[in-house]
Design a protein around this ligand. Structure first.
Ligand SMILES: Nc1ncnc2c1ncn2[C@@H]1O[C@H](COP(=O)(O)OP(=O)(O)OP(=O)(O)O)[C@@H](O)[C@H]1O
Ligand SMILES: [Mg+2]
Length: 359
């Protein structure tokens, strides 16, 4: 190591992103060095076997079971960091974009938003944690002063307090110090969306569901859950080939859409993509805008040849998420990181936010 390297090397603490998915737990540990996010370790643990189900299938574990699996994962991945950010599942949150009266005074604006929010949140306000922010004017033209406005677009974010309590119990039980909880969509956006202005569609293909959202100027302006995911691909393969679930899971991972078994897989993906396509068209029509690209993420996004198939279905640019490019890692593990990246997008996004907090 060079003299300068030694001299300026700052011993900053490491941080951790914890993604509690329905089929697996994922962690990513980063450290900042010379302004860069350095990847220290990462790991994943399938939850299926803890729930008497197969690897790759969605689960619904108790807080105690989740705590135990998280402890196992931290141990296996040799995690040393304790400061972390944790994801909130999209399914446990409510995101609504609404037009509300504009107030020049921030305090008045806050009162207006918090009063109006009640109309849009279908559960008592005492049961949820409410967050919100004002969406920057999406139709603003650079250099042209904005017109006097009477309305603002506000993104309301509500999370059930019980969900936060559960996450608190699990992370505290695993001896972690959590400084924030973030709906997984926001973590993914930080990790994989780089388009500053143009609307992009993200498809997070998880085990049980596919989350689809449209991101414009860094904000999730539309979100929707599709009730099918990569576990349905495994089930379809098992049914059509008379295979056990583990055999079908292995076949899916090995061949994806490139093998002989692609037909039964395409049937499931075409169902997911048709629904996503409807969301896309609905947005384009309502806002008179064109979505120029799609990002595939989540474990299902790793499926071999899925990108080519998605390009054919959507007729627009499609790419597979590569969140680890935002981190520094030895060149020899790059190919592995690129392959597994989609599964870790949420955890990388959380760790990046935690690093930002520290700097
Ligand atoms: N190489 C691969 N090819 C195809 N599918 C894969 C591959 N690797 C993982 N998967 C599938 O991805 C799914 C898991 O994805 P992911 O880890 O994103 O889900 P999750 O975060 O647990 O679920 P959710 O986000 O819905 O809560 C599993 O069904 C798994 O079989
Ligand atoms: Mg997930």
């Amino acid at each position: 190591m060079s003299f300068f390297g030694n001299l300026f090397k700052s011993k900053e603490e490491s941080v951790l992103g914890v993604d509690i998915g329905s089929s697996s737990l994922k962690v990513v540990q980063l450290r900042r060095e010379h302004g860069q996010a350095v990847l220290e370790t990462y790991g994943e643990l399938a939850l299926g076997p803890y729930a008497k189900r197969e690897v790759g299938q969605a689960t619904n574990l108790s807080p105690e079971q989740l705590t135990e699996t998280l402890k196992d994962l931290l141990h296996e991945a040799k995690v040393t960091a304790v400061d972390c950010g944790v994801s909130i599942p999209f399914a446990r949150s409510l995101l609504t974009l609404v037009d509300l009266p504009y107030r020049n005074d921030p305090k008045e604006q806050k009162t207006v938003v918090e009063l109006e929010a009640r109309k849009y949140i279908p559960v008592p306000m005492s049961e949820v944690q409410l967050d919100w922010f004002i969406v920057p004017d999406r139709d603003a033209i650079p250099g042209v002063p904005p017109k006097q406005k009477s309305k603002v677009e506000v993104l309301l974010i509500a999370v059930h307090s019980n969900e936060l309590k559960l996450l608190q119990t699990v992370t505290a039980g695993a001896k972690l110090k959590t400084s924030f909880y973030e709906i997984e969509i926001f973590s993914t956006i930080r990790a994989v969306v780089d388009e500053p202005v143009k609307p992009v569609m993200v498809l997070d293909i998880g085990a049980g569901t596919t989350k689809t959202y449209i991101v414009e100027r860094g904000v999730a302006v539309l979100s929707h859950a599709i009730n099918a995911g990569s576990q349905d691909i495994t089930r379809a393969l098992a049914a059509s080939g008379d295979l056990s679930i583990p055999r079908a899971e292995a076949l899916k991972k090995e061949k994806g859409l490139s093998g002989k078994s692609s037909n039964s897989q395409e049937l499931v993906f075409s169902r997911i993509f048709s629904e996503a396509h409807r969301v896309l068209t609905q947005y384009e029509t309502a806002h008179n805008k064109t979505i120029t690209s799609i990002v595939l993420t989540g474990g299902g996004g790793i499926t071999k040849d899925l990108c080519t198939y998605a390009k054919k279905m959507f007729s627009i640019n499609v790419r597979v998420a590569d969140p680890f490019v935002k981190t520094e890692a030895p060149a020899f593990i790059r190919p592995v990181l690129q392959e597994i990246g989609p599964e870790f997008a949420v955890a990388v996004g959380l760790a990046l936010r935690k690093l930002e907090e520290k700097s």
